[in-house]
Every structure is written in structure tokens, then in C-alpha cells.
Design a protein around this ligand. Structure first.
Ligand code: NDP
Length: 251
């Protein structure tokens, strides 16, 4: 594929991400606390996470690793950060959650597979074929600032997910009000951290597929954080009124 054609496709993908954002504001993705039987067959929650996150990891590895002899240091770093995130999300996170016998609609899982296959293809294909970074990019402002944002976002995301998972004892499936860390300011620091992480990745990569991935992450997670926040207020009379959804003090 020529880079020109690739760029046209990815711009269309970014526009689609913006449309999906508007749709997600109206239709809450029905998994976790918003789960619904209306979306067809149900599948074990843990298994669904593994199946839906696996493709992105495999596809990126498929496109990048065969080129290992010619990869620049920058591409190695971008590849390793990306795969580290997805190794956690695919093979660690699903075994940490306390899901009991909770299930996820198959339709949600299939949509997530589609999202992950497309993003895995765009990022993997780009890193394997088009990158022309030289080593001076490692000392550039976008790379350094982006790396700091990526690490900060990953830390916030991991810490917040750990605190949420720790709210339940083994076998429990109910919800309680999370407190401490950034939870004192916002309802969904895990989503906030993930958005910072991929915005940082887009900055340090400075390419269209990483930008597309950040846009799609926001398209998924801003509406989800808003829905979670609304859900907390509706279900807990004592929910702290000064807490925002995902942007401290703002939104
Ligand atoms: P949630 O915050 O909905 O849930 C995270 C885990 O914590 C789940 O196991 C959930 O249980 C549990 N949990 C959440 N809140 C409570 C509570 N108040 N009391 C007890 N347990 C709780 O996160 P998501 O499922 O939306 O996402 C999981 C991870 O995946 C996040 O890190 C997110 O950033 C990431 N993600 C990334 C996307 C992207 O586009 N890049 C898209 C979607 C998710 P239960 O499932 O039973 O509700």
C-alpha cells in the first residue's frame, strides 16, 4: 500500500472515530455496570477481555517483528511500549478483575475486536513500513514530552484499575464508592489515565495511526466515564458532589 493511500484511509478512520464518539454519548457500551442482555448472546467476562484485546497485540507483532533487523531505536521504543500495555491488558488485567460469573454481550466483544484489529493494523503497518525516524527524534520535545505523558498516564491507569479491583473481595460482584488517589477528584481516573497515556503516545510517535488511536480511545472512554459518573450519582445518595467524571475540576 502506498503511504498516500494509507493516509487517506486513516483520515477516514479518524473521522469515523469522531462519529462513534457522538454515538457513544447516546448509547452506553453495555458491559460492566451497564451490561444488558439486549445485545445478544453473553460470554464469560474474563474470556471476552482476552479475546477482544489479543488481536491488537498479535497484529502489531506480526507487522513489526519480521523487520527487526532494520528497526530504528525509536520504532523499538514505540513497539515495546505498545506491546507492554497490551500484554498487561490481554494477559494480566483479565485475571486480576473480580468478575465472578459476570458476562459480556458477544456484540460488545465483537465490536471491540473490530476496533482492535483496525488499530492494530494501522499502528503495526506504519511501524513496520513507513517510519523514517532518526535517533535525533529521541531528544526532540514531542518525543520527551510524549514519553512523560505516556508513563504518567500508564501509572494513573494501572493504579486506578488496581484500586477499583481491590474494592471487591473474591466472589463479590457489587459496587462501592472508590476513594483515595485521584478518585477524590474524579469518578474514573482509570479512563483519564488511559486517555493521557495514548495522547502521550500520539505525541511521541507524531504520526497519524497513533493520533487515530488516541482519538478512538477518547471516543470510547469519555462517554464511558460520563456514564459511570452519572451511574454513581444515581446509585449512591452519599456520592461526593464535588467529584467530576474524568477531568479534575472541569468535566
Ligand atoms: P471500569 O472502571 O468499568 O471497571 C474496571 C474494573 O473495576 C472492572 O472489573 C469493574 O467491575 C471494577 N469496578 C469498577 N468500578 C467499581 C466499583 N465502584 N466497585 C467495585 N468494582 C468496580 O473499566 P472498564 O471496564 O471500562 O475498562 C477497563 C480498562 O480497560 C480500563 O483501564 C480502561 O481504561 C481500559 N479500556 C480502554 C479502552 C480504549 O479504547 N483504549 C476501551 C475500554 C476500556 P465490572 O466490570 O463488574 O463493572
Amino acid at each position: 500500500m502506498t503511504q498516500d493511500l494509507y493516509n487517506k484511509i486513516i483520515i477516514a478512520w479518524i473521522v469515523l472515530g469522531a462519529i462513534v464518539f457522538l454515538i457513544n454519548l447516546r448509547i452506553v457500551a453495555p458491559y460492566g455496570r451497564h451490561a444488558s442482555k439486549k445485545w445478544g448472546l453473553l460470554i464469560n467476562n474474563r474470556l471476552a477481555w482476552i479475546i477482544m484485546e489479543c488481536p491488537v497485540l498479535l497484529i502489531v507483532i506480526y507487522f513489526v517483528l519480521p523487520k527487526y533487523e532494520s528497526l530504528s531505536m525509536v520504532v523499538w521504543i514505540l513497539f515495546l511500549l505498545f506491546t507492554a500495555h497490551y500484554i498487561n491488558r490481554t494477559f494480566v488485567f483479565p485475571f486480576r478483575i473480580k468478575a465472578g460469573s459476570k458476562k459480556m454481550p458477544l456484540g460488545v466483544m465483537l465490536l471491540a475486536v473490530l476496533f482492535n484489529v483496525a488499530n492494530g493494523f494501522f499502528i503495526g503497518y506504519y511501524l513496520g513500513n513507513f517510519t523514517g525516524y532518526d535517533s535525533s527524534w529521541l531528544l526532540s520535545l514531542p518525543f520527551i514530552a510524549g514519553a512523560i505523558l505516556f508513563i504518567t498516564g500508564a501509572f494513573i491507569n494501572l493504579r486506578a484499575d488496581s484500586l477499583l479491583i481491590g474494592l471487591r473481595k473474591e466472589g463479590q460482584t457489587g459496587y462501592s464508592i472508590p476513594n483515595g488517589f485521584l478518585f477524590n477528584r474524579i469518578s474514573c481516573p482509570n479512563h483519564f489515565g488511559e486517555m493521557i497515556e495514548w495522547s502521550g503516545y500520539a505525541l511521541m510517535s507524531y504520526n497519524l495511526p497513533a493520533l487515530a488511536f488516541a482519538v478512538w480511545t477518547m471516543a470510547n472512554l469519555i462517554p464511558r466515564a460520563l456514564a459511570h459518573h452519572k451511574w454513581y450519582i444515581a446509585h449512591f445518595d452519599e456520592y461526593p458532589i464535588n467529584r467530576k467524571a474524568f477531568l479534575p475540576g472541569i468535566w
